[in-house]
Design a binder for this molecule. Structure first.
Ligand code: SR1
Ligand code: MG
Length: 421
């Protein structure tokens, strides 16, 4: 388009994108025959489905402000640039995991990409009580592959340093996470909101010194440990699914951060969905079965992450870290295995901490999740949220004390059954 930025509308989109070959190749050259719908339900952007000639594409455009709040909160358009670059890296590191990009216009802050169809957002699938085959396997592998292949375990040092510098520009979106995830939930920040019945536990958590220290230790890790290119916002709204396919979307929060960040946010979101199920599945047996499945997904995600990360460690460890020259080449392959186990343990502790604070901010902060917010009975919602807050506190504060994911799952169940504060 090559002109000054202007947000699209369903009425203007056809005229403005009619010259883009990547679109006309698919939808035909007559924009009057296209159908355009704005379907964005996220917190930040415009998202259009454009259909024509029997095909369709997604057009995603950044707005110069936070959509959730309005133009009182400006937000730079360059987030589309970071999303575009993150998608290209994720596609290379885990082929088939993200939508194909057809066109990127930096000035208009827009990406034209594959429409995932008939996929729906994972959280909608969960609220409908529908399972997804191999969910934990696909997302666990995605998290492991992108974590490993974006790190100094795999990349050349010059390439990685250049990439760290590039993504260091995503300042404003990191600032959102730094405030909304790690700080605002733990004091009376202006944009916070919570279910009124939670006043008691909210006061308890905001007076909890161990928790506030843990949250800031985790924030320090987020800000200072540029280990790998993270998706940055991997929750149940950032995956699109069918009953047997899973794709990852929306990496505009991409940044270089801790190896356990994405998998931790993801697991925190599964655990919140687990506690939210009484608000979505009335039949007790069906609800119990679905909750069981969600905890299986937690286990499967971490198990797959461990296995995939370990395989990559043994077969693709070509970066500057833990070089074979020190271990395998000295006949000390066992030492490389020891280093791997130590690193996996560190990732595990970190991921629990990130899961814990994510569970808090989605209940106490500005940006909530539909799984909980859409429970209309506020007493029931507060009961679900209280359990999530309790588990989140344990995960954040005691993240180094869990023997494994089985212990986390056992605690999730104990809290659910009213046993285990
Ligand atoms: C102001 S943006 C709020 C949240 O929406 C995004 O999806 C991220 O999760 C962010 O924290
Ligand atoms: Mg998003």
């Amino acid at each position: 388009m090559g002109s000054q930025y202007e947000p699209l509308t369903p009425e203007t989109l056809g005229g403005r994108l009619a010259q883009i070959g990547a679109i006309t190749d698919r939808l035909g050259t007559d924009p009057a025959s296209w159908t355009v719908r704005e379907v964005g339900d996220g917190n930040l952007n415009l998202v259009f489905i454009v259909e024509g000639g029997g095909d369709s594409v997604i057009v995603k455009q950044a707005l110069p402000y936070v959509r959730l709040v309005g133009d009182s909160w400006p937000l730079p358009l360059k987030r589309a640039f970071f999303e575009y670059h993150a998608l290209t890296r994720q596609a290379a590191r885990d082929p088939g995991s993200v939508p194909e990009i057809f066109h990127f216009d930096e000035e208009q802050a827009l990406i034209v990409m594959e429409r995932l169809h008939p996929h729906i957002i994972l959280r909608q699938q969960m609220m409908a009580g529908e399972k997804v085959k191999d969910l934990g396997k696909v997302l666990g592998a995605f998290a492991a592959r992108t974590a490993f292949r974006g790190s100094d375990l795999s990349m050349s040092a010059p390439d990685r340093k250049a990439d760290v510098a590039l993504f260091a520009g995503n300042v404003e979106l990191c600032d959102i996470t730094e405030n909304l995830v790690f700080t605002d939930p733990y004091f009376n920040a202006e944009l916070n909101r919570h279910t009124p019945e939670l006043d008691g536990i909210v006061a308890e958590l905001r007076a909890d010194i161990d928790l506030k220290i843990a949250a800031q230790h985790l924030k320090r890790a987020f800000a200072a440990r540029s280990e790998t290119l993270c998706h940055g916002d991997l929750h149940t709204g950032s995956a699109m699914v069918t009953a047997d396919e899973v794709r990852v979307i929306d990496p505009e929060f991409a940044f270089y951060g801790p190896l356990g960040f994405d998998v931790g946010m993801l697991i925190g979101n599964y655990l919140m969905a687990y506690y939210a199920m009484p608000g979505h599945i009335a039949d007790e047996a069906a609800q119990s079965d679905y909750k069981h499945w969600l905890l299986d997904v937690v286990a499967e995600t971490w198990e797959t992450f461990r296995e995939e990360f370990s395989t990559l460690w043994r077969t693709e460890r070509n970066g500057m870290l833990y070089p074979a020259a020190l271990y395998e080449d000295q006949g000390q392959g066992f030492a490389a295995e020891q280093a791997l186990q130590e690193l996996l343990h560190e990732i595990f502790c970190d991921l629990l901490g990130f899961a814990g604070v994510e569970m808090h901010r989605r209940i106490l902060g500005l940006a909530h999740i539909a799984e909980l917010d859409e429970i209309e009975d506020t007493a029931l919602r507060a009961a679900c949220e209280t359990k999530a807050l309790r588990l989140g506190r344990h995960l954040a504060v005691n993240r180094a004390g869990f023997a494994g994911m089985d212990a986390v799952i056992a605690m999730a169940r104990a809290i659910d059954e009213g046993d285990g504060r």
